[in-house]
Design a protein around this ligand. Sequence first.
Ligand code: SAM
Ligand code: SF4
Length: 324
Amino acid sequence: MKDSHNRVIDYIRISITDRCNLRCRYCMPEDIPSISHDEIMRFESILRICRLAGSLGIRKFKVTGGEPLVRKGCLPFLKELKALPDTEQVTLTTNGVLLKDCLPTLKEIGIDGVNVSLDTLNPDTFFRITRRPDFSQVIDSILSCQAAGIRTKVNTVLLQGVNDGEFFDLVHLARDYPLDVRFIEIMPIGCGRQYRGYNKDSLLPLLVSKYPDYEYSNETRGNGPAVYITIPGFQGYIGFIDAIHGKFCHQCNRVRLTSDGLLKPCLYYNSGTNLKELIRNQADDEQLLSAIKNAIYHKPTEHQFFHTALEGPEELRKMSQIGG
Ligand code: SAM
Ligand code: SF4
């Protein structure tokens, strides 16, 4: 469906848990209380929302977290999501730690792609960023995705003074393997406020100095706002997602569902429609549909990340609680 700004909204990011087996410093503090089991949306309810959203034209589903694969029942949920009448695409965003063992099932389900977050190729830096020693599992998972023939993207957040010395090593993953590498600009949400990152305008000149024959790609390679370039001899593409500096709100196509049932029309604002409460209050499909429609229609014009006044309307949750 279209929102009041005439944007086609056809994509939802669904966070199925706020829990995670890593603790990336820019995303989550070490100690953070998890949402209680009572407060987490049941898969049954999420599927109900997805079915209704599908009838409104939301056809692409990204399952995220926290870490989606730590939630028991994630794979059967993905299978059911894939089988909904209006589903066109189901993809997963994961830190890759538990991914390898899930690949045969994901392949069987017909998953349309997997995004693996990896910020470094150095095990020590991995530990420094994630506070966990699981680097080799992640690499193994990425390589196994290739072997399983699952479309793979690596998402990297490049941070000043942390992993920025590895820019070209990360770029070269797309040379050496048939996968896309995307550099995500750090967003000032939660723990992310403590870090400084990079955007396309700072990274592209570096890349061009080494690979002057690059070209912009017009291909659609995902659901989002990434700008992609191709480099001769590379198997995958390099993407840049500039949420802050490359403000793409005018072409935003998405809404988000948090694991505690809030339908968030914009990542920035600390607001949304509490669908869990509606479901608990026995809303019928018509009432639920109307709430979803209303939330989408009134999607805000744009984020306000440049104005970071503490008393502002911006999101106070951590990224792990929203799903990225
Ligand atoms: N655990 C999964 C993972 O890491 O892919 C899924 C959830 S995680 C919140 C989704 C994405 O958000 C990851 O690629 C992560 O790097 C990114 N992310 C987390 N905090 C961020 C921030 N403050 N700014 C930009 N990206 C962030
Ligand atoms: Fe967990 Fe993903 Fe956040 Fe890292 S970025 S702490 S893997 S939710």
